[in-house]
Ligand binder design. Structure first.
Ligand SMILES: CCCCCCCCC/C=C/C(=O)SCCNC(=O)CCNC(=O)[C@H](O)C(C)(C)COP(=O)(O)OP(=O)(O)OC[C@H]1O[C@@H](n2cnc3c(N)ncnc32)[C@H](O)[C@@H]1OP(=O)(O)O
Ligand SMILES: NC(=O)C1=CN([C@@H]2O[C@H](COP(=O)(O)OP(=O)(O)OC[C@H]3O[C@@H](n4cnc5c(N)ncnc54)[C@H](OP(=O)(O)O)[C@@H]3O)[C@@H](O)[C@H]2O)C=CC1
Length: 248
């Protein structure tokens, strides 16, 4: 079952996938806004009615807008937190309560390269870091039910049309290439094969982990953002601070 909000895009995507499926697996799609609790409950129960089981859950839905943190309205902040953190939580909870508690299963959460912060997208950085931590807690709580849960963190380097449109510049991903040790963008296949690995028995001994698929970008400098030159940081020394010294 493939789910998101936009029916037309869903139909197009599933039609394309059906053409490429070589296994006897069936495929269906369903509208669901993961920010709405009842819609998530309905997605999982409908999936169970349609297919009779739920072996895997992949939480890939996500999104944000670029802006400085001081300009966020509460509505904008909540929209991003609900999409990236609360939506993921709701899908995990419903999959567990409706099926995986009794039958086991595997969950993979897609997050992002937020290890050094994400300037201009701090809301999503906070939400993705929270999902990284949620993954660890759920791995411990749900291990006894035979549930494994892991995350995949793509670098800021996997071209997507929606992302380029969202950021208003089709070249936005290419700007990152100099900051990626492997000196190229990543491919969608390089993300999806990591997800397949985590869903497969080949990863039977891995839970609570996050795999970074970022060409080494998270080890290197922060993407795109430069801190402007300024003189706002005052050094602290004993010599210059007699007043503080006298208080100690
Ligand atoms: C430099 C970068 C390096 C970028 C470097 C590259 C890094 C890439 C790393 C990550 C890549 C990806 O994730 S790729 C995937 C990207 N895809 C997307 O982001 C999908 C598009 N985004 C979204 O869906 C949205 O961002 C999101 C807010 C979450 C949901 O939008 P909705 O319209 O459904 O939300 P609503 O509930 O209606 O709330 C909308 C409110 O959000 C706020 N809002 C929405 N867009 C806004 C905007 N452009 N500027 C300010 N505020 C905005 C306003 O307060 C809106 O309220 P009003 O004022 O009342 O309207
Ligand atoms: N591209 C990149 O470089 C990177 C991507 N990522 C993350 O990987 C994931 C996939 O990214 P990508 O394919 O590039 O982005 P897309 O924007 O193409 O995909 C995001 C998907 O999330 C769905 N979605 C968004 N909000 C909701 C919602 N409230 N309920 C249900 N579905 C929702 C969208 O479908 P619809 O609009 O129909 O609801 C869309 O299919 C996202 O989580 C993204 O943030 C992370 C790092 C880098």
């Amino acid at each position: 079952m493939v789910a998101s909000r936009n029916e037309e895009r869903l139909r197009k995507a599933t039609d394309e996938m059906k053409k490429n499926i070589t296994s006897p697996a069936e495929l269906d799609h369903m509208q669901c806004n993961i920010r709405k609790e009842e819609q998530v409950q309905n997605l999982i129960s409908t999936t169970l009615k349609r297919f009779g089981k739920l072996d895997f859950l992949i939480n890939n839905g996500g999104g944000q807008f670029p802006a400085r943190a001081e300009s966020f309205s509460l509505k904008g902040w909540n929209a991003v937190i609900e999409t990236n953190l609360t939506g993921t939580f709701l899908c995990c909870r419903e999959a567990y309560n409706q099926w995986m508690n009794d039958n086991g299963g595997v969950i993979v959460n897609i997050i992002a390269d937020m290890w050094k912060g994400i300037p201009m997208m701090s809301h999503t950085g906070a939400a993705r870091a929270a999902v990284d931590n949620l993954t660890k807690s759920l791995a411990l709580e749900w291990a006894e039910s035979g549930v494994r849960i892991n995350s995949v963190a793509p670098g800021s380097s996997i071209y997507s049309e929606t992302a380029a449109a969202n950021y208003g510049d089709p070249k936005i991903f290419a700007y990152n290439i100099p900051k990626i040790p492997l000196k190229r963008l990543g491919t969608v296949e390089e993300i999806s094969t990591s997800v397949c690995f985590l869903l497969s028995p080949a990863s039977a001994y891995i839970t609570g982990e996050t795999i970074k698929v970022d060409g080494g970008g998270s080890l290197y400098s922060t993407m795109i953002f430069e801190v402007p030159d300024h003189k706002k940081s005052k050094a602290y020394t004993w010599k210059d601070d007699e007043e503080t010294k006298s208080k100690l």
